[in-house]
Design a protein around this ligand. Structure first.
Ligand code: ASP
Length: 340
C-alpha cells in the first residue's frame, strides 16, 4: 500500500512554545515543520507529512471563528481535486482542545478519515517532554481506520466530542468519563474497532455557528435574582443557557427557591435552557427527583451524559442550523456525543 499523506495543522499551545520563557514562536509553516521533524524524526517514517500553520495561540484565545477557519481548511484538504490527504492532525493547546474537538465533530459531517487533536503538557524542546510521544501517536492514529474526530493524548485514543481535560499537570491530561477510550496506546495501538463510527452520509461541511450561549454553574446560595438581573441586561442576546446542575440534574426548589422560576421565565421568553451535570461521570436525568422534574416542568432540556464542552459547542452549532429547534438537535446524537 502507498504511504499515507498526513497534514498537520499547527495551532499553538504548549507543544509549540519555545524554551526557556515559553515564548510563542513566530514561524512560517516550513520552519514549524523542520522544528517538529528535528525533534520527532520518526514522523517521516510513519507517513508523508505536510504542515499548515493557521495561527499560533494559547488555546484560551481560540474560539468559534477559529473552529470555522479550521473546519474550512480541513474540508479543503479533503477536496477531491487537491493532493490526497489521508488524515489530519491538529496540534492544539490542551486548555480548550476538548471544545475544538467537539465543535469539529459537529461541523465535519460524514467524516470519512481521521481528524486527530493532540498537544502536550511540556514544550517540544523540554527534557522529559510528552510532546514527542503524543505527536508520533497522533500521526500514527491519523494513518489508521478511525474516521472520527479524536483526541490522542498520553496512552489513549478518545472520541473528541466525549473528551474533557481532567488534569492540568498529569501526562494523562484527558479522559472521556462517560465513554470508554476508542483505543489504548502501548507497544501497539489497540483500537476498539466495533465502536468506531462509520460515516452515514457523504462528507459535508456544516460550519455555521450561532451566538448567544451562556453557561451557569449552580451552587448552594446562588441568588436567582442575579440571574434575572443579568439576563434582563442581556435581553434578546442570550439564546441558550447551559445550566450545570447538581448530580442527576438537580437544583434547589425548597421554599419556592427562585431558580426554577427564573428558568421558566427564560423559557417563556424563547430562550432554551439546557441542563448538564457538574459531575465528571453520569448524566442529567431530570425525571428522577422532584428537584430535576421542576426543571422539566419549567421547560428545560436535559443534556444526558454530554460533557459541558460538547453541550456548549452543540448549542452554538444548533443555533447555526435553525432548520431544527435547539430541543430537537439536543434530542439527536450527531457525532457520538451523547449516550442512549
Ligand atoms: N495554555 C496552554 C494552551 O492551552 C496549555 C497547553 O497547551 O497545555 O494553549
Amino acid at each position: 500500500m502507498s504511504r499515507k499523506r498526513i497534514v498537520l495543522f499547527h495551532t499553538g499551545g504548549t507543544l509549540g512554545m519555545a524554551l526557556p520563557e515559553g515564548r510563542r514562536l513566530d514561524l512560517g509553516p516550513r520552519d514549524h515543520l523542520q522544528r517538529l521533524l528535528a525533534r520527532v524524526p520518526e514522523l517521516c517514517e510513519i507517513a508523508d507529512i505536510d504542515l499548515v500553520a493557521p495561527w499560533n495561540l494559547d488555546s484560551s484565545d481560540v474560539g468559534p471563528a477559529h473552529w470555522q477557519q479550521l473546519a474550512d481548511a480541513i474540508a479543503a484538504q479533503f477536496a477531491a481535486d487537491g493532493p490526497r490527504c489521508d488524515g489530519v492532525v491538529v496540534i492544539h493547546g490542551t486548555d480548550t482542545m476538548a471544545y475544538t474537538a467537539s465543535a469539529l465533530a459537529f461541523m465535519l459531517r460524514g467524516l470519512d478519515r481521521p481528524v486527530v487533536l493532540t498537544g502536550s503538557q511540556r514544550p517540544l524542546e523540554a527534557w522529559r517532554t510528552d510532546a514527542r510521544a503524543n505527536l508520533a501517536a497522533a500521526v500514527e492514529c491519523a494513518t489508521l481506520d478511525v474516521p472520527e474526530v479524536t483526541v490522542v493524548f498520553g496512552d489513549r485514543v478518545l472520541r473528541g466530542c466525549r473528551a474533557t481535560k481532567v488534569d492540568a499537570n498529569d501526562y494523562q491530561a484527558f479522559d472521556s468519563p462517560n465513554e470508554a477510550p476508542l483505543g489504548r496506546i502501548g507497544v501497539s495501538v489497540d483500537l476498539d474497532a466495533a465502536r468506531i463510527r462509520r460515516p452515514m452520509q457523504a462528507f459535508a461541511l456544516a460550519r455555521d455557528l450561532g451566538t448567544g450561549v451562556l453557561g451557569m454553574t449552580v451552587f448552594p446560595g446562588l441568588d436567582p435574582a442575579m440571574l434575572d438581573g443579568m439576563l434582563a441586561h442581556a435581553a434578546g442576546r442570550v439564546r441558550v443557557v447551559l445550566v450545570r446542575a447538581f448530580g442527576m440534574g438537580n437544583v434547589p426548589i425548597l421554599g419556592g427557591a427562585g431558580l426554577v422560576g427564573a428558568i421558566g421565565r427564560l423559557v417563556a421568553r424563547g430562550t432554551d435552557v439546557v441542563v448538564t451535570t457538574q459531575c465528571l461521570r453520569g448524566r442529567a436525568q431530570l425525571d428522577l427527583y422532584p428537584n430535576g422534574r421542576a426543571l422539566l416542568d419549567a421547560g428545560a432540556i436535559g443534556a444526558g451524559d454530554m460533557t459541558f464542552e460538547a453541550a456548549a459547542t452543540k448549542a452554538m452549532w444548533a443555533l447555526g442550523h435553525p432548520d431544527r429547534s435547539v430541543r430537537l438537535w439536543f434530542g439527536a446524537d450527531l457525532a457520538g456525543e451523547v449516550g442512549a
